[in-house]
Design a protein around this ligand. Sequence first.
Ligand code: ADP
Ligand code: ASP
Ligand code: MG
Length: 413
Amino acid sequence: MARIVLKFGGTSVADTEKIERAAGKVAREVALGHEVAVIVSAMSGVTNQLVEYCSTVSPTFDTREYDTVVSSGEQVTAGLMAIAIQKLGIEARSWLGWQVPILCSEVHGKARIEDIDASKMLRHLGRGQVAVLAGFQGVTERSRIATLGRGGSDTTAVALAAALGADRCDIYTDVDGVYTTDPRIVKSARKINKISYEEMLELASLGAKVLQTRSVEMAYKRDIPVQVLSSFDEAIGSDLLGTLVTREEDIMEKEVVNGVAYDKSEAKITILNVPDTPGIAAEVFSVLADSEINVDMIVQNVSADGKVTDITFTAPEEDTDKAVDSLKAIDDLKEASIVANKEIVKISVVGIGMVSHAGVAQTMFETLASKGINIQVISTSEIKISVIIDKEYLELAVRALHTAYGLDADAAA
Ligand code: ADP
Ligand code: ASP
Ligand code: MG
C-alpha cells in the first residue's frame, strides 16, 4: 500500500464526462490498496472567464476579492469529483483550502503556501476515504481566501504530497509527459522519461507551463517524486508511464541539451541616454522593485563616451505600462528616453550536460543566424542559455533549435 496524490488539470476535468473518467482512474488506484488524495483544477477555460469578469467590473480590482472570485472554479470541480468517486462506490469528500487548512501568505493573486496542517485529512484517509482537494487556493492568517498564481494547482498537489508524506505525486494533464519542447509547436518533440528537478525547474521557469515553477521548486526541496502523465491514456500512475521528475543522480543518461522552452509573456524595455554614474542602476531597479515588478534579464552597455549608456531589461508584459511610468518619475532619467517592445519572445535551451560541454552557445547562435533571426539579448547560467528575439520567429526558432540539438524524435530513433 502506498499513499499517493493525483492531480487533474483543467482539460482533464473539462466536463462531467471527463470528471467521471478521472474518477475511474482514482478508483483503480484505490483498488490497488492505495490511500488517495486528489487535487482538481477548475474546468478548462473557467479560470480565464473568472479573471475576465474581474477585469470587466474594474481593471484595478481588489486582489482579495479577485481571489474570492477566481478560486470558485476549483470548488465546483472538487464537489463534482467527490460525487463521481462516490458513484463508483468509494467513500470520498471534498476539501476547500481553508478546511484543511492550507495556510498562505497575504500576497493575493500569487500567494505562497506557508503551512499545511494535514492531520485532519490524514484521519479521513486512514478511514479509507478519498480526499478531493480544490487546487490553487488557501487561506491567509486573516481568514481571507488566497490563490497561488496561474497553474497553481500543481503546487497544491506537490505541497499536499509533502504534507501527507506521500510516496508519489501524479500530475495528470493533456500531454503524456514532459517533452523536449512544447509538443503543440514541434510535432517531432520527444517525451523525456526521466528529468532532473534542476532541468525541470529551468524549463518551467523559462515558459514550459506543463508544471508550475513553484511546484517543481517544492518537489526539489522536499524530494517528492513527481510524475507527469496523460489523463486520456488508459494507463494510470501506478503503471509508471509518464515522465518522472526526480533527482539527478537517479538519471543515467545526461543530455547536453534536454529541452527548448519559450516564454511569450515578457516585454523588453530599453532606457536610452542613461547618465553613466555610480548608483543609477541601483536606483532604476529599486524603483522597479518598489512597484513590485519582477525584472528578468538585464543588460547594460559599456558607455562609449563615459557620459551616457543604455540599460535594457525584460519584465512581465502586463507590467509594461507600470514599469515605464515608474521610470519616467525618476529625476535622474529626465534626459533619457524609454522604449518598450512587447513583440518579443524568450527562447531558452536547457540541459544539465551543458556544464561540461563547450559549443552549446555557438550552436544556438549559428542556428538562429542561419534562419536570419536577430538576437536582441543573451543571458546564460550553468545549465541554460536564453535569447530574446522577435515574436514572429518563435516557431521557426524553436523548431530549428530542436533539430540542431538532435532532439527530434526521428533523429533519436
Ligand atoms: P493543465 O491544465 O493540466 O494544468 P497545462 O495547460 O497547464 O495543463 O499544461 C500542459 C500544457 O503544457 C501542454 O498542453 C503543452 O502544450 C504545454 N507544454 C509546454 N511545454 C511543454 C513541454 N516541454 N512538455 C510538455 N508540455 C508542454
Ligand atoms: N485553475 C487555475 C488556472 O487556470 C489553477 C490551475 O489550473 O492550476 O490557473
Ligand atoms: Mg497547468
